[in-house]
Design a protein around this ligand. Structure first.
Ligand code: GTP
Ligand code: SPV
Ligand code: MN
Length: 639
């Protein structure tokens, strides 16, 4: 009897807590709870107490261990089957297939997004969600994408049964009561997530990391303002504010409302004279966005400050200036490769309040991964990400190649003072790039806007550990292949069209016509390799500042100003205008090769690009894209 009373009291308290939520949120929580049947419901209020509680719980459950060498740092190990985004199980659901994905030419498999019908989604949902949270707690996470008070910001409500995702979202996004206040009675994005492993578990849980790889599905329904994710607890699959809302739904809203949701980092660059420029850069997963956003310039007197490392929401203001906000509030970044040598600012950031996943650990409670060899004693005793004793001469990796650190921007020593300005920061240049071992120069400026859109559309990269995709070279237009919520052909048309439109469009913004001052567009490649031995020709990391420096100096004059030579593929730096002071001799010797047009390579590239766009975009290929490609090929023939 006493027990029953106690249970009733707990239920009452729970109801009181939930009833503080706006009515529409209560309805959503009620509906999902009745389907998923969690044991309890917990509302994340954003308090320090709540965050401490989650970490304590995860520690009790064996999900995380403290890294005692640092201050409030934690390490989690995932099920080895749940380590990255799963592109082939990521879908856009809509009533009309072509609205979401281009239909490739007969006999070709589409590579620019996956579509699911509403009906199939209904079936997939019924096959996964009923009872999926049995024995677990359903957490309600109200979150705000973007700075509080910005007309660009959006509210989502994520429901999840993963404490790991609660802890990560607390770090990554703005979470809690303030998000609810910002929501009021307004609309929010419904984000339902389950690890898909009701208790008692149907499968052997590995590393206390419940998941369901067989049934993983990450679904986006723009028409319902809804995201539904099942079976994975990996960041990009499960922190639904991130790529799911921030890019896949974001890109649909952006198209409809006249702005841009892009897979881009944002950085502020100040020269010794105190002049500051903001630059955005779109690189595919694991191609250097985070590292570029916090680099330590190798040229003295310059400063780099970070606004964002992953996603940019951008628009044109009433004066026609492109502006950007970072909708996120934390880094979820690749750990391997990060060291005091390559990225000292990252190392300073991750020694406090950081959640690591799939790294290796030293016996004294420190982190370890590939790239830290020179910063740790060769005798150090190390446990690998799979929990085994690890030695330097072992032929296995110590950390998973997609091991990540999750830490708030507030911990960064080089956070830009304007990073949370509701009105965003002005963007004057956009860089595109990927991992290109051959042919593609270190940096090239587009001939004009339309040619710049061709540069963005032509991004390709070697496959990386950020997703399961394989292949010698993957097309990743605008680095959005895995992240676009609508038809790629329409997206490229939209980018071409930005040149023409003169209205300032953003939610709540005035529609005063103003001539757009378009940002200048560049392509960069920090990953060119020496065919002789496969080593990188360019040292990368802090030395990438030399590219940012050249870009900033270009912005002072028109594209045909001295400092660059006009070629068939764009404006390439004149060697004497590229800052080489302090560069090592080998790199200086390699530089001419990285700054010339390899005509044979580009002629072959033109053919390959034409084939790709024709077969993949088919009926939706923008005529301007074909014009740009053909014009570039013609220029190459006659160069
Ligand atoms: P996602 O977070 O997956 O979107 O990746 P990202 O674009 O933020 O890439 P990130 O900066 O995390 O870099 C990915 C990997 O490339 C890491 O192992 C880095 O150490 C390495 N890397 C980054 N920049 C450079 C560079 O300039 N040169 C070389 N050689 N490697 C780099
Ligand atoms: C990527 O994989 O491109 C990432 C990590 O940035 S995640 O956000 O988890 O997708
Ligand atoms: Mn990153």
């Amino acid at each position: 009897m006493l027990l029953l009373l106690l249970l009733l009291l707990i239920l009452l308290l729970l109801m009181l807590r939930i009833s503080k939520l706006p009515e529409k949120v209560v309805d959503y929580v009620d509906k999902c709870a009745s389907i998923c049947q969690p044991e309890t419901v917990h509302v994340c209020d954003g308090s320090q107490k709540d965050q401490v509680h989650i970490f304590k719980l995860m520690r009790r459950q064996g999900v995380v261990r403290p890294l005692i060498k640092y201050d409030n740092c934690w390490a989690a190990r995932s099920d080895p089957q749940d380590v990255a985004r799963i592109e082939h199980k990521t879908v856009t659901v809509s009533t009309n297939k072509r609205m979401s994905v281009p239909i490739p030419v007969d006999g070709h498999k589409g590579s620019l997004g996956n579509w699911m019908s509403m009906k199939d989604m209904e079936i997939a949902f019924k096959n996964r969600f009923p009872g999926c949270m049995r024995g677990r707690t359903m957490y309600v996470i109200p979150f705000c994408m973007g700075p509080y008070g910005s007309p660009m910001s959006r509210i989502g409500i994520q429901l999840t049964d993963s404490p790991y995702i609660v802890a990560s979202t607390y770090i990554m996004l703005r979470v809690g009561s303030q998000a609810l206040e910002a929501l009021g009675n307004g609309e929010f994005t419904k984000c339902l997530h389950s690890v898909g492993d009701p208790l008692p578990s149907h499968r052997k849980t590995v590393n206390n990391w419940p998941c369901n790889p067989e049934k993983t599905l990450v679904a986006h329904i723009p028409e319902n303002n809804e995201i539904i994710s099942f079976g994975s607890a990996y960041g990009g699959n499960a922190m639904l504010g991130k790529k799911c809302l921030g890019l896949r739904l974001g890109s649909v809203w952006a198209r409809d409302e006249g702005w841009l949701a892009e897979n881009m980092m944002i950085v502020g660059v100040t020269n010794p004279e105190g002049q500051k420029r903001y630059i955005a850069a779109a690189f595919p997963g694991s191609c250097g966005k985070t590292n570029l956003s916090m680099l330590q310039p190798t040229l003295p007197g310059y400063k780099v400050e970070c606004v964002g490392d992953d996603i940019a929401w951008m628009w044109f203001d009433d004066e026609g200036q492109m502006r950007a906000i970072n909708p996120q509030a934390g880094f979820f970044a690749v750990a391997p490769g990060t060291s005091n040598k390559t990225n000292p600012n990252a190392i300073k950031t991750i020694i406090r309040n950081t959640l690591f996943t799939n790294i290796a650990e030293t016996i004294d409670g420190g982190f370890y991964w590939e790239g830290l060899e020179d910063e740790i004693s060769p005798e150090a005793i190390i446990t690998s990400w799979t929990g085994e004793k690890w030695h330097r001469n072992s032929n296995k990796l110590a950390a998973h190649s997609n091991a990540r650190y999750c830490v708030s921007y507030k911990e960064s020593p080089i956070l830009d003072p304007n990073w949370e300005k509701p009105e965003g920061v002005p963007i004057d240049a956009i860089l595109f790039g990927g991992r290109r071992p051959d042919g593609v120069p270190l940096v090239v400026e587009s001939l004009d806007w339309k040619h710049g859109v061709l540069l963005g559309a032509s991004i390709k990269t070697e496959p990386t550990p950020a997703s399961e995709m394989k292949g010698p070279m993957l097309h990743d237009p605008f680095s959005m292949r895995p992240f676009l919520g609508y038809n790629f052909g329409n997206y490229l048309d939209y980018w071409f069209g930005l040149e023409k439109s003169t209205t300032s469009a953003r939610p709540g913004g005035s529609k005063t016509p103003a001539l757009r001052r378009l940002p200048r567009l560049f392509n960069v490649n920090f990953f060119r390799k020496d065919p002789a031995d496969g080593s990188y020709l360019w040292p990368g990391y802090g030395e990438n500042f030399r590219v940012l420096d050249w870009v900033c100096r270009r912005l002072e004059g028109p594209p045909d100003a001295p400092g660059a030579k006009k070629t068939s593929i764009g404006y390439l730096p004149e060697l004497e205008h590229f800052e080489t002071r302090g560069l090592d001799d080998k790199t200086i010797a390699n530089l001419p090769r990285m700054l010339t047009v390899d005509r044979d390579f580009w002629l072959q590239e033109a053919k390959e690009l034409q084939y790709f766009f024709h077969t993949q975009l088919n009926y939706d290929v923008p005529s301007e894209l074909i014009r740009q490609l053909t014009a570039q090929e013609q220029r190459l023939y006659y160069e």
